[in-house]
Design a protein around this ligand. Structure first.
Ligand SMILES: Cc1cc2nc3c(=O)[nH]c(=O)nc-3n(C[C@H](O)[C@H](O)[C@H](O)COP(=O)(O)OP(=O)(O)OC[C@H]3O[C@@H](n4cnc5c(N)ncnc54)[C@H](O)[C@@H]3O)c2cc1C
Length: 533
């Protein structure tokens, strides 16, 4: 997959999608698989927005049962099963424990897990269980919860490399003849009267501007949706309410994923195992700040730390490796408490709303539900374009599927005289396409060389990413192609090497290379900003 503006310049598309997050990526895949001439435009890199700031779960949303959103939970539990089938190399089952401390909670959680079980009647993951106090303490010996009576267990799924799920949807779209351009910012919407005719786009790497024609445009710009609508209307529009959610990566706290309720405000929060670490989150507070630099501040971190310390008293601020923050896009429905606002997505057909033909916006929607939401949007696009074509995304595995077996990894380890752990890691990132990375590794003596003491990423991944995965900045590679940005050092121990390797491949001058590395360091610094702000 290469970024090539000449593939779009002067051409006319059926559909242009603005935004290369999980929603835009899924729409691009669906539309391309149905044969639509499709163009995806992303102003930064694919998955730079909220898609890379989630709790990294593929879940029905146990929390939404509290708000009786049974339809939404059922839909996402169905999508969870689909993802287990089409992306088994990225999505895997994870047991969740809900510790209970009162008789009332015991009844509520038993009922909650029962309803969750019923709503996922067609699941492939195990059903609910209850453990008594003694067993719960054995399972979680470090957990301290006053009045612990036992725990309920249910299953959901985890996806550690969400960014790659997004990318694989885009790779699949391109394999089905879509054009996908990252670092391509839509700066204007073209209209003839009240009919959409295309977009203006700026190549952010060269500054060059283009006008590209299309019969329809979908606005999947996430929390930038209002800005894109503003371009289309020619005046500001406010439809989105944004709330901030933060996470922190800490030393490993628990054996299982835990569902806990905050003492301060009763909100549900998670402790999620992630290899040697735990991911703790999240918060939910209204946000009116800079959309391009969202970070966890002292108040966010203190809120989480206080809740964690109630259960794991030994955790200290120094045990936090980094934080990250993301924005939810919710319908702007007034003053309702953020956590009470429905998480169901909203499709806005602007023809119905105010007579603008050929423009659809999509607001909200989880990573879990993105495929289904995209099916709905693409159905609407096809209806408007009078194209009869069925959705194929639920039954077609993503490019990295199937999951690589232990036997295959053992065989390849012997054949290539490589390290099993490294191959296992590569297959967790690329699925069956890890062989492509291995192929690049054979092309140079440094191919298998590790990049960082805190992750299993290797040099050949840089060569592969630049040649085949539309990778143009150091941040693209660190944050969204490899696992480096998620390592405990945030990849800072590897960033200079990455800069040098990418510089050689992309012919960067020394200043440019330095600037690229510094840009990544500034992004990484946001994750530590809570120490001062
Ligand atoms: C704290 C938190 C935790 C979450 N946890 C989970 C979870 O565990 N599981 C789950 O299923 N969901 C979770 N979600 C929800 C999920 O992450 C989001 O709903 C989803 O990622 C939104 O995807 P998107 O494509 O709509 O938006 P985004 O990922 O934000 O993508 C929008 C893209 O549009 C681009 N864009 C904007 N303007 C332009 C323009 N002018 N030109 C070109 N491109 C443009 C942006 O750069 C961006 O990349 C969580 C959300 C938050 C905030």
């Amino acid at each position: 997959m290469k970024r090539d503006f000449t593939e779009a310049e002067g051409k006319s598309f059926d559909l242009i999608i603005i935004g290369g997050g999980i929603i835009g990526a899924n729409i691009a895949r669906d539309a391309a698989m149905r044969g639509l001439k499709t163009l995806l435009l992303e102003k930064d890199d694919f998955a730079t927005g909220t898609t890379s700031r989630s709790t990294r779960l593929i879940h029905g949303g146990f929390r939404y049962l509290q708000h009786f959103e049974f339809g939404l939970v059922r839909e996402d539990l169905r999508e969870r099963e689909i993802l287990l089938k089409i992306a088994p190399h990225l999505v895997y089952p994870l047991p969740f424990l809900i510790p209970v401390t009162t008789a009332k909670d015991h009844v509520i959680m038993a009922a909650g897990t029962l309803v969750y079980d019923i709503l996922s009647y067609d699941k492939s993951v195990p059903g609910r269980k209850h453990y008594n106090r003694k067993t719960t303490m054995k399972m979680e010996p470090n957990m301290r919860l006053e009045g612990l009576r036992g725990a309920d267990q249910y299953y959901d799924c985890q996806i550690w490399f969400t960014e790659r799920l997004c990318l694989e949807n885009i790779i699949s779209a391109v394999e089905n003849n879509a054009v996908a351009l990252n670092h391509a910012k839509v700066t204007g919407i073209l209209k003839e009267g009240n009919i959409i005719s295309g977009v203006k786009v700026q190549d952010k790497l060269t500054g060059k501007e283009y006008e590209i024609k299309s019969r329809m445009v979908v606005n999947a710009a996430g929390h930038w949706m209002d800005a894109v609508c503003g371009m289309m209307y020619g005046h500001p529009k406010q439809m989105v309410r944004r709330t901030k959610g933060v996470h922190q990566l800490t030393t490993r706290l628990s054996n299982n994923a835990l569902v806990l309720y905050a003492k301060s405000d009763g909100r549900l929060w998670f402790v999620i195992p992630a290899g040697k670490y735990s991911l703790v989150g999240t918060t939910d507070t209204d946000y009116k700040g800079d959309l391009e630099a969202v970070y966890a501040d002292k108040t966010d971190v203190n809120y989480l730390i206080q809740e964690v310390q109630r259960v794991f008293p030994n955790l200290q601020t120094k045990d936090i490796f980094y934080t990250y923050a993301g924005l939810r896009s919710l319908p702007d429905s007034g003053d309702e408490k953020p956590s009470n606002v429905s998480r169901a997505h909203k499709t806005i057909d602007h023809e119905k709303l105010d007579g603008v033909k050929g423009f659809i916006s999509v607001l909200g929607g989880k990573i879990t539900g993105a495929r289904g939401i995209s099916e709905e949007i693409t159905n609407l696009v096809c209806k408007k374009l009078e194209i009869k074509a069925k959705c194929k995304t639920a039954g077609t595995p993503l490019p990295g599927a199937p999951m690589v077996t232990r036997e295959e990894l053992t065989k390849i380890t012997t054949e290539t005289k490589t390290d099993f752990e490294t191959l296992a890691y590569l297959s967790s990132l690329y699925g069956s396409r890890y062989l492509k990375v291995l192929d690049y590794a054979q092309r140079g003596a440094r191919g298998m060389q590790p990049l960082c003491p805190h992750s299993k990423d290797i040099t050949a991944q840089i060569w592969y990413a630049v040649a085949e995965e539309s990778t143009y900045t150091v941040s693209d590679f660190m944050m969204r192609r490899s696992g480096l940005g998620l390592a405990e050092c945030q990849g800072l121990d590897a960033v200079e090497i990455v800069g040098r390797e990418m510089g050689k491949l992309l012919n960067w001058k020394p200043d440019e290379q330095k600037q690229q590395v510094n840009e990544y360091k500034s992004t990484a610094a946001l994750a530590q900003k809570y120490k001062t702000a």
